[in-house]
Design a protein around this ligand. Structure first.
Ligand code: GN1
Ligand code: MG
Length: 352
């Protein structure tokens, strides 16, 4: 099964002496392998070009950001790609697939699910610091990779388009109650203009996108930079609230247990803002909770839209997978709405 990877790998380096492959099961989009040659480890990844049609732009963004971080003496590791033998940052396979090879960051581990408030604090602090380091990077130097990625109006429209298509009656019936819920909440997010600056943001701040140092348990490296582009700080904060505060991931089916845990919200908020001192604007801080609610709502829309579209975007492992994910996120969203006042109060009282 791994034989087909050998010629791909040879675009980047010689494979004499044997190669060992391991599949890495994480992420809904790309295909990822750990590669061992002798004592050296790499990550080989196939970029999903249906979703990311312009790998060149992704790689240029990553280089621009790495250069900026290094010039400012950023102390954590940055992703380090092996160039092809022709000095390119990625290679095409015979079917048009796009591949790249990264040097593995040694002595690190990643986690799929947050276990402690300390981890939430540490990860959010690293993402806050990242945004802070990038706050003086000229946004016009960054390519847009996925237009409208966090744009709620765009996601609402995609959802409506899916409903007009129309979806199968079976799926519509299965989702009926959730579709009503979505309809009720659309007005809170539709056509809301906030006066918030564009920044260079990560746009996928889930916990598995941080490598932790095995010795210190500090954040060693921020990874998965495919969605790195301009957006607002609310999106990065929001995705942390979405993925760090729930005790269960988005695939978990016992929705009654899915809750926004306030102690985790507190930890991540304090961590995030700590390194943004003097950089976060009043208007940004004021809208953090709204931004978090919007991020979760957008994720509900995205999973539900994909369910209505017969699963064309996210990898799914069973028939109702996207519906379950949407319902799981609805449970989280409901729990957040109940705690809105408490969350607002906490954010208001953090001094920057
Ligand atoms: C996708 O592939 P992965 O897991 O890194 C998605 C994110 C979603 C996430 C939901 C490019 O990320 O936006 O929040 O799934 N990435 C893209 O788990 O659509
Ligand atoms: Mg990602």
């Amino acid at each position: 099964m791994y034989e087909k990877l050998i010629p791909i790998l040879q675009n980047f380096l010689d494979t004499e002496g044997g190669v060992f492959f391991e599949t890495i099961q994480s992420g809904h989009i790309n295909e990822t392998y750990k590669v061992t040659i002798g004592k050296t480890h790499y990550i080989l990844q196939r970029i999903n070009t249906h979703i990311f049609p312009e790998p060149q732009k992704i790689m240029e963004n990553i280089e621009t950001v790495a250069h900026h971080l290094k010039s400012k003496n950023y102390t954590r590791s940055v992703l380090d790609f092996v160039k092809t033998q022709n000095n390119q940052s990625w290679a095409k396979d015979t079917e048009g697939g796009a591949w790249r090879l990264l040097r593995y960051v040694e002595n690190t581990y990643s986690i799929l699910k947050i276990e402690t408030e300390q981890q939430a604090f540490t990860a959010a602090k690293a993402f806050g610091e990242y945004i802070s380091y990038l706050s003086d990077l000229d946004v016009s130097k960054i390519h847009t990779i996925l237009p409208n990625f966090h744009n709620a109006d765009f996601r609402i429209q995609q959802h409506r388009d899916a409903l007009y298509r129309p979806p199968s009656v079976f799926r519509l019936e299965k989702a009926a109650k959730d579709l009503v819920f979505i309809q009720q909440h659309v007005p809170y997010f539709e056509k809301k203009q906030l006066n918030i600056p564009l920044r260079v943001t990560h746009n996928d701040t889930k916990i598995s996108n941080i490598l932790f140092d095995k010795t210190s348990n500090e954040a060693a490296c921020i990874i998965d930079l495919d969605t790195l582009q301009t957006s607002t700080l609310l999106a990065d904060f929001g995705d942390m609230v979405r993925t760090y505060t729930s005790a269960y991931d988005e695939d978990f089916r016992d929705f009654s247990k899915v809750k926004m845990r306030f102690s985790y919200f507190k930890a991540l908020s304090l961590g995030f803002i700590e390194n943004l001192s003097g950089k976060i604007m009043e208007e940004e801080q004021k809208n953090l909770v709204y931004g978090a609610e919007r991020t979760v709502f957008v994720q509900i829309l995205r999973f539900m839209t994909d369910y209505l579209n017969d699963d064309i975007y996210y990898k799914t492992h069973y028939d109702e997978h996207n519906l379950v994910r949407a319902q799981n996120q609805i449970a989280l969203f409901k729990s957040m709405l109940k705690q809105r006042d408490k969350m607002e109060k906490l954010i208001r009282n953090i001094n920057t």
